[in-house]
Design a protein around this ligand. Sequence first.
Ligand code: SIN
Length: 529
Amino acid sequence: MIETDYLVLGSGIAGLSFALHAAEHGKVVIATKRAAEESNTNYAQGGIAAVLDPADTLAAHIQDTLTVGEGICHPDVVELCIKDGPEAVRELMSRYGARFDLAADGKIDLAREGGHSARRVAHAKDTTGHEIERALLEAARQNPNITLLADHMAVDLLQLAKYGGPDACFGAYVLDRATSEVETYVARATVLATGGAGKVYLYTTNPDVASADGVAMAYRAGAAISNMEFIQFHPTCLYHPQAKSFLISEALRGEGGVLKLRSGETFMERYHAMKSLAPRDVVARAIDSELKRTGDDCAFLDMTHLDPAFLVERFPAIHARCMSFGIDMRTMQIPIVPAAHYSCGGVITDDLGRTNVRNLYAVGEVAMTGLHGACRLASNSLLEGCVFGRRAAADVKGIQSLRPSQVAPWYAGAATPSEEAVVITQNWDEVRRLMWNYVGIVRTDKRLERARRRIELIRSEIREYYWNFRVTGDLLELRNLALVAHLIIECARRRKESRGLHFNADYPMKDEKFAKDTILRRGDGPEPA
Ligand code: SIN
């Protein structure tokens, strides 16, 4: 058994921001399931939104966030997060050495993205997340109070309720992927910073690690989950058979990129006054609808009218990646399709990152703080991770340990290593495909019901497999993925309207009855307790 003050699961911007601040008053262990940099943060291209230009205002950023969030953002959380934004971005630069692009006058160069009424996105060319991850990881590695464990994947949270106590968490069972042993980590506070759920869908901009582990573990431990129906589909993922999950940043449209059909026709003017720079849900649905209407397999982003030298200088990584597939954006249109990108829902937290399970925190994409509402404003997610990581770290100082005197080690039972990897691959593929087809950009009651039935069957097979075989990283991910697919479906079934990222063709309009969060807790609904 390993004891620490704070156990952080995940190593993106939220987990690292928490760890670096919490290390000022305690020992921190960060367990991260693959290489430390392998997080959604590392792949974020566009940037981090904050009011950094004197001509911009906090009120405008707050209003843009509320408008895009379609009536269910929590205004108090929006306000505090956006007010903390400028200081959070400056801290990334001054304290951790993140290098954002500067304009000729030495001030931070700010980009524009969809739904924003001003240029307010700080960026490092088109690899902003990579730069933030580099800076934070470097600082974490140099901090004597932080132990960083790569290839360590949490299996489940340690629950005091299982020892006859109240709903509280005191650590986690963690699989060391190198030894295949499950170790027991006990902590005063446990912080979920496990990121998003993109891998629930067949097509996603997310890296392989995004299997929604935190939401699944929190739900199993009794935490309330909310708004999982609001999955953001990014409108522009590169469409090419060999291009796995490659995002074409919204910043390209911010610099003047125009969406077109194969015929060369523009179409966004028929959907929104902001045309190609409309909020993401609008653009993704417009592309989906145009592809269904025309039978085309992709749409296009046209950058060819812009200065070729500027494009290469501003978007070097995207240019290089496109060139590797023979697409020169200076002279050719970029083929794109929408793909799952971001989960606006997650584990419900208050404005200090606290969940309803004592001593369990959630920060970053895994959390539902109330910032995003029904649709996230571009580049507000890195901001949220940074702001709430810091706030949670301030809150855990002095937290009381809630642990039993004896902690049971992980029981592997009579389980023998599985030889049936094909069962995992088959179920994994099935979950992702059915979520894409039935619970994607456009939903209907019938599709959701079909998805519900199929997921239940898959989950019962996984349960059987889980108890009969020794756990592996793949099995744990599949189990989490299937549970979170179930939570997305259940949230979507409860929202009988269309709002933000949730569009149900049976209820195409907003209904004020549903202007609230969808909330699920284990034992409340059809999920067997
Ligand atoms: C992008 O660069 O388009 C992604 C930014 C975001 O998801 O906020």
